[in-house]
Ligand binder design. Sequence first.
Ligand code: SAH
Length: 251
Amino acid sequence: MINFVGAGPGAPDLITVRGQKLLQEADVIIYAGSLVNPELLKLARPECDIYNSAGMTLEEVIAVMEKAEADGKMTVRLHTGDPSLYGAIREQMDLLEPKNISFQVTPGVSSFCGVAAALNAEYTLPNVSQSVIITRMEGRTPVPEKEEMSLMASHGATMAIFLSTGLLEPLKEKLLAGGYTEETPAAIVYKATWPEERVFRCTVGTLPETARENNITKTAMIVVGGFLGNSYERSKLYDPGFTHEFREASK
Ligand code: SAH
């Protein structure tokens, strides 16, 4: 059995209870070395074989899984955050399936949630935005034309932008082209939930210089939108004058 496990955003105690148990039981662990906190590997049994996938190809990863499976072993494939976002798990699953190797997924806390926590922020404020757009700038991986950054920005929704810290000048231009202004609040969060976490609040206009001045070039998330500002409406859910399924309005 192959267990794809979300490692969480960084802090080792932000893995799920299930993920932690699987790490403790694993015979083989293949972890995404660039972003998974190595502290998590201390959970492994002494006899566990541990591989860092940073220097491996997809085929090499699958070969390790196949060998483990033939030996009747349990493999944990440890991905940063939640494996469903930029995790490249589908291509692994599609190679395992024809080999009749079974697999299952244990979700994780995605870094965009760790980033909100670092900012003490709520992404979905009434009258500000009720949607979160998770996206990235085009890099070596293409982004479909319909999802081009300025089109995404044109919604004016909350945006969590992954994998784009090295592209802040073009990102800024696209955000402005989409209708955000130089003054729209933004933040750069470096290594959310890690001991070295750093939070920089800025605006769309100052994104590139904020990163430059603080030497932030990778492992950061950019978030943009009015949710970082100060005006919003109170929720209906906790409004004293609002009746709902679980509570009568007070007079
Ligand atoms: N599956 C992961 C994302 C992997 S893509 C998840 O759910 O979080 C890698 C990108 O995620 C990085 O380029 C960065 O933009 C973001 N990222 C990962 N960990 C982060 C962290 N602790 N703080 C800020 N951004 C992070």
